[in-house]
Ligand binder design. Sequence first.
Ligand code: MOS
Length: 731
Amino acid sequence: MTEISFPDILRIDARDKVRGAPIFATDRTRPDLLHAALAVSTIPRGRVLNIDTQKARGAAGVRLTLTHEDLGELQLPGFLLGGYGFQNFQPLRSPEIAYRGQPIAIVVADTFEAATEAAALIQATYAEEPFCPTIGTPGAEILDQADTPLAPFLHEPLAGDADAAFAAAPVKIDIEFSCPTQHQNPIELVATVAEWEGDRLIIHEGTQNSGSVRHGVAQVLSIPAAQVEVISPFVGGAFGQKNSLQMQTALAAVAARRAGAPVKLVVPRTQLFQGASFRPASRHRIRIGADSSGTLLAGIHESDAQTSRHDFFPGEYAATSARLYGWGAFRGRHRLVRTDTQTPGFMRAPFEHPACFAMETAIDELAYAIKMDPVDLRLANDTAIDPITRLPFSSHHAAACLTRGAERFGWYARSAEPQSMRAADGAFVGWGAALGAYPGMMIASIVNLRVSHNGSVEIALGAHEMGQGIRTVIAAATGRRLGVSPGEITVLIGDTRAAPQQPTAGSWGAASATLAAETAADAMLEALAKLVPEGTIKGRTPAEILKAIGRASLEVETMVKAPGQSDEVFALIRSGKMLRAGPVFEDRVTFSFISHFVEVRVEPHLKRIRIPRVVSVADCGRVISPRTAASQMRSGVVWGIGAALREASETDPRYGGFLNADLAEYAVPVNADIGRIDVDFIDEPDSLLASGVKSLGEVSLCGVAPAIANAVFHATGRRLRKLPIRIEDMI
Ligand code: MOS
């Protein structure tokens, strides 16, 4: 069968999406559905002394209230890396209060409105304890790697003696950066519908990790995972926030069991800010030692990031900054700062975006210090060998991203001097560039592929559709191999009944699913070939072959893993545990790269920053679905604009928690903030995986913020090392 190509595949879910079809997990309502709402803690740390639910129980439409006094049987879910929860903490398990906004009671009622109203009637008294609200709090407890059991998850890259090389370097840059706490804010809120069919629990929840939700909820409820199914057909945005068991899932399940009816529990946005994971605040000290011709002799990246009191959320910032250039020597170090919040987590390019902001702003500062063009400085330090492991990159087209981007943008028409370019309306024009990088990773898959004589093709595997278009990617990869149009392929994902479900995260979705789909399709072709005389399979569809031999259907199961992974990975996937491979595989190091070129306009009086155009060129390996890939890139750039100029979750040091917990006050870019975004791909297959695919989703955000900050410097002469850059920072 010859591979057929689909130059620009339409999204196979496009029609349903634009029709507003009820595709999301918790949209699947049932006639007897009850609604739950949470009452939450108003103190940041301590314990509940007394909780009064009497008024709530007497309110109209209320069926049930539950507090820690009723729910002592709940177990802990374990923390994501090795466990199942976004945090190893389960609200309502005890009177302990670990953070402001933590649920203290659940109310079940006939309607959402009744439940919400009754939840507001619940009153608690507390014993308060001292707390640490944010990363910058004086006296905050700072933990080094040695203080935590995190060693396996913390990559502190080390190559050569960076401190000595820095000390001896003729040119030195030594600067500090800070990045705020941020929240993902997917438009589909974190929510669960839980229903019991006898002993069987069915969870409908928008998640990017239905396997972890299945095993996690089973652990919290002390029931066998085999009794739990999780269905997550479409997710309305996840961005790392929905990568594990949420705090409300087991609560919805318990409420449904006690109420004897299915229960829907939506975490409203004001509660979401304290009810799900978020990007931790971080600060960075970057030291670069160079010679006057711009050779990078030493890089030192030290970072601190906030974690919760009950979990250690690791940080890998330097793992990415170490991979941007051919450093002579490099040292990374990471520390955690304990704060009294829920546990932070992976938010789109969790470490890579802040790391690129810090390092790529510092590189721009170096370029100005030695009077070298910032793009030329980057090109001069390009490397095909990973400076940390000395292994080759599996593919490396960072330089091509820079040169192609510079050409498309017209970069070399730039005059280097700050404040030297003006627009016709008097605005200062600034041009900035930066590089971004994000690891290429892969997760193993167990795939079921079924073809039948009537032409239907059904592929089931572990993956989640979060809007990024993975269903289309899977259909395209399968269809190309089988010679079937993608629109005719049914893709079963996000459903524990169809196949074991591993997390879709870390931008490994397309690389993993493409390889899985292609391997399964090849296994199918092999199985079909065995059914017909040698050489007669070519040019025929699976349905034609089955018809010719009078067979109704054929099914194959395929197990696919990353190079160098042991077979144990399949048992881990079945157990709902996360095990990804990369960025360092056996003999190669895999990263995606991207260049961003940004034009800013700064109004001379108001200092308002506008971004009329961005050019971004990505090296993400082979592009499977140009339409969804370009869309990923644009969304990453939009998010980068938000990260650079808008987004921050504010903490009130007096009370803890997050203040601007809604989309009116948590500012994100709107259409008027976005100009032209021109995206392009190198589209060279990576050498590591047979699919040739690397990561794309997250790398698209990496480097946008420093390109903007560098452009602001070029426009105004002001160096801004704290995100977001706001009008008040410009004066
Ligand atoms: Mo992503 S932040 O790994 O969902």
